[in-house]
Design a protein around this ligand. Structure first.
Ligand code: CA
Length: 234
């Protein structure tokens, strides 16, 4: 198999060097870009498996870069931003980024996020040509055609809203979904409900899944941002 190719978009050389050195230890291939314009060009020409995108670039807003890439590709994009930029993270995720890393981040954190994104690419590839009616993730199983959910082989009874929430998260396994995105997809518009009721639905859903799985965590909460379905498979 070819080495996974990562595009590092970062105008701070010290950070870019650290990321590059980390990728070398794992035998990943990489390209570097220091501006938004270069990033878009490299994304088109080298078609990386994952883009690591610094949101604070000199020439272009990070969200604009995500929109440009999303207009022709679903390649995973992990945004990298400073802690004070929560609002930017949410806009980046809403524009189609998959995940985020907050500076300063550890090498382990960086590698873990990359593995999640690369797994998502591989799973997407495997699904092509096979419209699967069953979702399996560790002990969790969703039978879409029957509309049933099982954990460890026993059926878990969900309300219609909980079921919709679960299917949305499952369809986007590994990806962080923002509150706004979830509200829009499940309730039709972000004003139809609000974040606090979403939180209540999620808490109930998580309790039901974790009770039957003996505490295995499926849904990860990102405070102030949204939720992610973790991949508990192999
Ligand atoms: Ca920067």
């Amino acid at each position: 198999m070819n080495k996974p190719q990562i595009l590092i978009v970062e105008d701070d050389n010290a950070v870019a060097n650290l990321i590059a050195a980390t990728l070398e230890t794992q035998d990943y291939a990489y390209k570097r870009a220091q501006t938004g314009a270069q990033a878009v060009l490299e994304a088109v020409s080298c078609k990386p498996d994952v883009v690591l995108l610094d949101l604070g670039l000199p020439d272009m807003d990070g969200v604009e870069i995500i929109k440009k890439i999303r207009s022709w590709s679903a390649m995973p994009i992990i945004v990298v931003s400073a802690r004070s930029e929560d609002f930017d993270k949410v806009s980046a995720l809403d524009a189609g980024a998959d995940d985020y890393l907050t500076k300063p981040f550890s090498v382990d954190e960086l590698l873990a996020r990359l593995r999640v994104s690369l797994r998502r690419v591989r799973n997407d590839g495997a699904r092509v040509g096979e419209e699967s009616s069953v979702y399996e993730n560790g002990l969790l199983k969703i039978d879409y055609s029957a509309g049933c959910v099982f954990v460890s082989g026993s059926e878990v009874h969900l309300t219609p809203i909980e079921y919709k929430l679960l299917c949305l998260l499952a369809k986007n396994t590994g990806k962080v979904l923002t509150h706004n995105y979830i509200l829009k997809e499940v309730w039709g518009s972000p004003t139809a409900s609000d974040v606090s009721s979403l939180r209540v639905y999620m808490a109930t859903l998580r309790r039901k899944l974790e009770k039957s799985s003996g505490g295995v965590q499926y849904i990860q909460t990102h405070i102030g941002i949204g939720y992610r379905m973790l991949n508990n498979g192999k």
